[in-house]
Structure formats: C-alpha cells, structure tokens
Design a protein around this ligand. Structure first.
Ligand code: KIV
Length: 263
C-alpha cells in the first residue's frame, strides 16, 4: 500500500463509513478537515464556482489554484484532487500533469474518471507510487446525458467488470456516481477497495456530496442531495442587515475603527 493515510482509508472498508465532501477553498477545507475522511477538490467547481454548464472547460490551472488553497486548510484528512478533462488523455500526458498537481498542491491522491478504456493510465500512475481514486457510472467528463446506470443485468455486469479492472489497475478507492442501488451494492460487495457513492446506494463504503449543495449555496438540488442548511437565505439576511446599517449610518460604529488617532 502506498502511504499511511491511504492505508487508513482502505482499512475502513467493512468497518466504518467513509465521509467525503468537496472543497474549493481553504476556509471550507478547514471546517471539513475536522470531520471528514476525504476532501475532494472536484472539477464540479466548473458548475458551482464558475457557472459553466458542464465540467469540460475547467483548466489544470484552475484546479491547481483551488487545490493549493484547500491544502492550506487540511491537517488530517486525505486530500484528493480531480484531474480535469483532457489532462490525462494518454500515459505520457497523465504522468506529466499528475506529477505537476502533486508537486504544486501537495495533495495525497488524484481522481480520474473512467472512460472504460483508461485502465492502463491508472496502472502507470500507481506504478509511479501515485495513489489513484477511480470514478465510474455518471462520469460528467465523458457523458453527454445524465442517466442512472446499472439498471439492467447487462449494465450491472459491465459496471462490475469496469470497477474490477480499475481495482486491478491499482486504484485505492472508487467513486460510484448515480448507479442503481443493486449495482452499487454488487460492486461494493465484490471489490476489496472502498466504494464511495454519490446518488447510488446506502451500501457503498462511503458517501460523497458537493459541499455547496448540502449547504444550500449552489441552487442545485437533485434528489440525491440533502440540503442540511440554507446558506443562501442566511447570507442574504446578513447582507440585507449590513446594507440597512450602512444606509442608516449605523455602521461603522466607533468600535469598528482601528485606532484612536484624530486623523
Ligand atoms: O467533481 C466532483 O465534485 C466529483 C464528485 C461529485 C464525486 O467528482
């Protein structure tokens, strides 16, 4: 096994559920770090932060900037960085870009989406002692249409085969995005590495969601998201109060000034 932090994650399979969330900045990462096992700098930042309609245009530089910020907030959890679309199309490119991500961000692992063919890329990264998280099912970098996968026997069998090839290639864990519960359970029960579900099944070894979604900030709430609070409403309330106080000259007060000089 590659390093202590990774080993700890893998050993949780069948013992305790893995708790995973996304972060794009130090301030959020610092809060998550106290509670979760894995913090993922997801390419979902394309939709959530940059307002893109898909994840395709997020650049390696975007990922590097946000991951460096997140790293500053991490003390104990495992930091995984999503490789953006086009950054791992072949072994040479993947090695070059993944090395850059690890060198520049100090992350513990990277995640790459499966296109059902890139198992050799995972294998070559793992050979270089780079911990890789796989990702199957709804893989936004490669799929145009959203669809729940693994609903037929044939599809479930194909997904299981794909997951097994990713495990064989050396991945230390795998995200199962929007799989049928039956399919996710089958894969979870078959693989030795932990499965991390999103919109898939309670039976996965862990769960991941986009933090901005659970906080009620993103405005994106599909059925598999549970909104644990409504930050949009809380922020709006605070902004309204600030606006009112500035207009009514109630803010700033004397106590908000930094020094007591006359000038
Ligand atoms: O980009 C992302 O945030 C992800 C998770 C939703 C798994 O890939």
């Amino acid at each position: 096994m590659i390093n202590k932090k990774i080993k700890k994650i893998v050993l949780k399979k069948n013992k305790s559920k893995l708790v995973c969330l996304t972060a794009y900045s130090k301030s959020i990462a610092k809060i998550l770090d106290k509670h979760v096992d894995i913090v993922l700098v997801g390419d979902s930042m394309a939709n959530v932060l940059y307002g893109h309609s898909n994840t395709h245009k997020i650049s390696l530089d975007n990922i590097l900037e946000h991951s460096s910020s997140v790293k500053m907030g991490i003390k104990k959890s495992l930091l995984v960085v999503d490789m953006p679309k086009g950054s791992y199309d072949n072994i040479k490119l993947a090695k070059k870009n993944v090395s850059k991500v690890i060198r520049k961000t100090g992350c513990d692992a990277i995640k790459i989406e499966s296109n059902k063919k890139n198992f050799k890329i995972i294998q070559s990264l793992v050979k270089k002692k780079i911990p890789v998280m796989g990702h199957i099912g709804y893989t936004p970098q490669f799929k145009k249409k959203f669809k729940i996968e693994g609903q037929t026997k044939h599809e479930a069998k194909a997904l299981l085969k794909e997951a097994m090839l990713i495990e064989k290639a050396g991945a230390f864990s795998i995200v199962l995005e929007c799989l049928s519960p039956h399919s996710a359970k089958l894969i979870t029960n078959t693989l030795k590495i932990p499965t991390i579900g999103i919109g898939s099944s309670i039976d996965c070894d862990g769960q991941i969601l986009v933090t901005d979604d659970i906080l009620g900030l993103s405005g994106f709430y599909p059925k598999f998201v549970k909104k644990y609070t409504n930050l949009n409403r809380i922020i709006e309330k605070a902004v309204k109060k600030y606006t009112r106080e500035v207009k009514l000259k109630k803010f700033p007060k004397k106590t908000n000034f930094l020094n007591g000089s006359k000038y």
